[in-house]
Design a protein around this ligand. Structure first.
Ligand SMILES: [Zn+2]
Length: 157
């Protein structure tokens, strides 16, 4: 194979999956991270996307336990200790991503102002991209945020 063609093939192989991952939105039923989210959460996300006209990109939605465990191992390496990693990544037992009840999105400027009307709330001060469904927020606004996941009682089961 001519070298230029080979380079092109390699470049496409590397670029296409990355571009696809970047293009995942709350409407992508073919993507398991979107399709397997809690139906009420997904419904709220699609209502917000439709009303705002913003294509919310899903950087991470529903995760398998194995995916969550890999993220946690990576975080322990990156942050140097299990204690520090716990500020950013939950275990497979406690992660709201594994249960399908959380989504990491971009952009979030519109949601931070209007998400409560859809029950969509930022939960952690240190994770402005992480949203969960809080149906009561439609009436009374989003609850106060936790500083980070270690403050969240659900992470200490
Ligand atoms: Zn998250």
């Amino acid at each position: 194979m001519p070298r230029l063609l080979l380079l092109l093939v390699v470049a496409l192989t590397l670029l296409v999956p990355a571009a696809w991952a970047d293009g995942v939105t709350v409407f992508d039923d073919d993507h398991p991270g979107v399709r397997d989210l809690d139906p009420d959460l997904l419904h709220a996300l699609r209502m917000a996307a439709t009303d705002s006209g913003i294509a919310f990109h899903v950087n991470s939605g529903r995760r398998s336990p194995a995916q969550q465990e890999q993220l946690l191992r990576d975080a322990v390496k990156r942050y140097g200790s299990a204690e520090e990693a716990a500020r950013w990544v939950a275990t497979a037992d406690t992660s709201r991503h594994v249960s399908g009840d959380a989504v990491d999105l971009a952009p979030t400027a519109w949601l931070s102002r209007h998400g409560a009307a859809y029950g969509l709330c930022q939960i952690y001060e240190n994770e402005p991209w992480h949203y969960e469904l809080r149906p009561a927020a439609v009436e009374s606004g989003c609850p106060p945020m936790y500083a980070d996941p270690t403050d969240d009682p659900r992470m200490h089961r």
